[in-house]
Design a protein around this ligand. Structure first.
Ligand code: ADP
Ligand code: ZN
Length: 759
């Protein structure tokens, strides 16, 4: 026997470890545990002086040269990641130049991989699964004659149930004390045991909400027909639904998903934010009841793990979630919907820097499913791909449901307002006069200002200096509620000084205004109105955005002021007026997407007006009324905006005409960091010249990042623009390899492929 096994080829496993290391590690797999090891299973392996839990990415017979250590234990009988998801994870690692261990870690619920574990006496890991175990009645053996009446009653109740029955909820439900059940166990009538249970974010008894299912209009029907054809093909297909705000996209998604489910497939829906748009989950739960799993950031780790398990076991065939839900382990996936595909929250701003929309498209390709992107203002690249050939199909919904008109949009030129009144105002006369009749008609008003706090800076009128954050090159914002200065980037807090920190004089002046101040001003203008505020501060303080949005939805609030949070897909039929303050604000940022962001935000928030019976009106205040993003936001003409913006992108070599990578080198002190940035840039230039790709690729920088200093680190960036994505990757990969081989001791440069934010 022994002789035989010796002839079997040795087995090795490549293991991704939960560290930011750009490689996998090879281990041998001892014969005794070899069975059952498949890629996607977790393994316990020695790593330096410790043991850690990694994920096997490959099982093979080809060891790399050198001594390899053995795998200690295989932790899963079934792979945690299906072959398709494993493939997706490795694609993320290579496309976004992310460490494989980090890419795979974000695909799993927290805590399944571990950087360090303690083993028991036998050198094994006991708890490999963070499942919750709770006491349950698992068996009814035999009844004995001598039972109390109450015990007999409880036993009868138990007999009517399917076992196992969880002890605590059962006792609560039937109003029975622990001792009755204990009596039954001690007499051997029933047997209890700890069983694995699911932690559900909502109670089991909760019933599904009710909604009306509309009969679709002809536009919706046309698109649904097309979707049904795609679903029947069981192939990778992608489709952009470009539908103006309130055109009934959600209704199409719901119908499409119902079709997919009827075909025995499952569905994945990505949304930018769930806390702010409870309506979305409401609709899905109304349509699909307990088949829906909602994945959002407020879930506890335990709940997240349990939802992941439910999904994996096929108990929840519809998953609605934010960014990381794109990895939901749905079996038989048939359709993926990415709603508001342009939303920047789909881009993760730490390792791995993936974009959930692009990952969704890749997943669709791997799993041969339909991917639907939906938006009222598609990201420029998406629209470009949809209308200029390529595989992304395009469908448009150009009118609102029930032929409701789009709101009328006015621009108020704040320069004129200033000249006319001889002073700066926060709320223009036009906006003020538009609010009055709304209040008397009990209609509602939204006011958007994308800047929280009271004053945006504290300026000394004597020497001109502003109060800056100690860690960042940014001015501190004054918050009146907490009466302190706050850095919005690192959270640094400071008391409000009486005197200027530079010159010591008392001429301190509050500059600019944020949502907090606007609330005060509106209160003065409209003392009888109920005014509320939705921004990061109030959401934190009151504990929930639901409360604020609920009060607005029920009509308790007349005017809601807020940051971009109020622009998200809310459907408040009584809103007939939307005011926007400092609409040009984003245009001041040194970011090539500034115009696009401005257009999107204004269109989104304008889309909140006039969704009910009464038509809507939008008043946009700005100092830049002639900027094209504002002009086209006024006519709500996406096409015209696109034509102008795409010219700018072409002339200045930005996406979609180039692939972009942003490389950030951060550290301290400043001089040293700058030198390192220079070295990285030289390295990139060197590798670029090896490819002789000069003409197709530009390496810009290093330059000081727009935010030069953040959290105490100085920041330099290098921007690469390349007309060939393949070459961009080749250069970055070989440069990165060289850096790794040299074993750089300083903070690694962070690489952002397809960056959304260049600050
Ligand atoms: P979008 O997502 O495009 O902004 P929604 O899907 O939220 O639009 O639809 C806007 C409103 O119109 C919702 O209240 C929805 O219930 C309603 N609606 C959708 N389709 C129809 C239809 N065919 N007939 C009547 N009302 C509809
Ligand atoms: Zn700071």
């Amino acid at each position: 026997m022994r002789a035989n096994t010796r002839n079997l080829p040795a087995v090795f496993a490549d293991v991704a470890v939960p560290f930011p290391l750009f490689q996998t590690f090879t281990y041998s797999v001892p014969e005794s545990i070899r069975n059952g090891l498949a890629p996607g299973c977790r393994v316990l392996v020695p790593f330096g002086a410790r043991y850690l839990i990694g994920l096997a990415t490959k099982v093979h017979h080809l060891a790399r040269p050198g001594k390899v250590k053995p795998v200690r234990q295989i932790l899963d009988r079934e792979p945690l990641l299906s072959p398709a998801l494993l493939k997706l994870g490795l694609w993320i690692a290579s496309y976004y130049l992310a460490p494989p261990g980090e890419a795979l870690r974000v695909m799993l619920p927290p805590g399944l991989l571990a950087r360090k574990v303690t083993l028991d006496q036998d050198g094994r890991l006991q708890k490999v699964w963070p499942a919750q175990r709770r006491l349950a009645v698992v068996e009814i053996t035999s009844a004995v004659a001598k039972l109390t009446e109450r015990q007999r009653e409880v036993l009868e109740l138990l007999r009517k149930r399917t076992l196992p029955v969880l002890v605590q909820p059962f006792l609560r439900e039937v109003g029975c004390s622990q001792s009755v059940l204990y009596g039954l166990t001690s007499r051997g009538v029933i047997r209890t045991e700890a069983v694995e249970t699911y932690r559900s974010p909502w109670s089991q008894s909760e019933t599904s909400p009710q909604v009306t299912k509309h009969s679709l209009n002809s536009d919706q029907n046309r698109i649904l027909k097309k979707i049904e054809q795609h679903l029947a093909a069981d192939q990778f297909r992608s489709l952009l639904i470009h539908g103006v705000t309130g055109s009934g996209k959600t209704e199409i998604y719901l119908n499409a998903i119902a079709t997919a489910l009827a075909r025995g497939r499952s569905a994945l829906v990505l949304v930018p934010e769930i806390g702010l748009t409870p309506q979305i989950s409401h609709y899905f739960r109304a349509w699909f009841g307990k088949e829906v799993a909602i994945l959002h950031s407020a879930l506890s780790d335990g709940e997240r793990f349990d939802q992941w398990r439910r999904i994996r076991e096929g108990q929840a065939r519809v998953v609605v979630g934010t960014r990381s839900a794109v990895f939901a382990p749905l079996p038989d996936l048939g359709i993926i919907v990415v709603d508001e595909e342009q939303d920047s929250s789909y881009k993760q701003d730490e390792l791995p820097r993936y974009h959930a929309r692009d990952v969704a498209l890749k997943r669709g390709e791997i799993e041969k499913t339909l991917v639907i992107l939906g938006s009222a203002t598609p990201q420029l690249e998406t629209f470009y791909h949809a209308v200029h050939g390529g595989s992304l199909e395009y469908e448009i919904l150009s009118s609102r449901i029930l032929k409701r008109p789009l709101p009328k949009v006015h621009l108020v030129d704040m320069r004129e307002e200033f000249q006319r009144l001889g002073k700066a105002t926060v709320i223009s006369q036009a906006l003020r006069e538009a609010i009055v009749p709304r209040l008397s008609r009990r209609e509602q008003v939204l006011v958007l200002l994308n800047r929280r706090g009271y004053a945006s800076a504290l300026l000394c009128r004597s020497c001109g200096s502003t109060e800056m954050c100690e860690n960042c090159s940014l001015s501190l914002t004054y918050h009146q509620g907490s009466n302190r200065l706050l850095c919005h980037y690192c959270g640094y807090v400071k008391a409000v000084p009486k005197r200027c920190g530079e010159c010591g004089r008392e001429y301190i002046h509050f500059l600019g205004h944020g949502t907090e101040k606007v609330q005060v001003i509106l209160k003065e203008l409209f003392p009888e109105a109920a005014i509320d505020r939705l921004d990061r501060d109030t959401v934190q303080r009151k504990g929930s955005s639901e409360k604020i949005l609920g009060a607005f939805a029920s009509g308790h609030t007349d005017i809601l002021i807020g940051t971009q949070m109020i622009a998200k897909g809310h459907d408040f039929p009584r809103v007939t007026l939307v005011g926007v303050l400092s609409a040009e604000q984003a245009l001041r940022m040194a970011d090539f997407r500034a115009a696009e962001r401005t257009f999107q935000l204004l269109t989104q928030v304008a889309g909140r007006a006039g969704r009910g019976e009464h038509p809507g009106e939008v008043i946009i205040q700005t100092y830049f009324p002639n900027h094209y993003s504002l002009k086209h936001a006024r006519s709500q003409d996406y096409r015209l905006f696109f034509e102008e913006e795409i010219r700018f992108r072409r002339n200045f070599h930005y996406p979609p005409f180039t692939a972009l990578a942003n490389i950030m080198i951060q550290g301290r002190p400043q001089k040293k960091t700058q030198l390192q940035a220079k070295q990285v840039a030289d390295l990139l230039l060197h590798h670029r010249s090896r490819l002789s790709a000069q003409r197709r690729m530009r390496v810009l920088g290093p330059a000081q990042a727009p935010i030069e200093k953040l959290k105490g680190d100085y920041r330099f960036q290098i921007l690469i623009k390349s007309t060939s994505r393949k070459e961009l990757h080749e250069v970055l990969e070989s440069a990165l390899d060289e850096l790794n081989q040299k074993g750089v001791t300083w903070k690694k440069p962070s690489i952002d492929i397809d960056p959304i934010n260049l600050l």
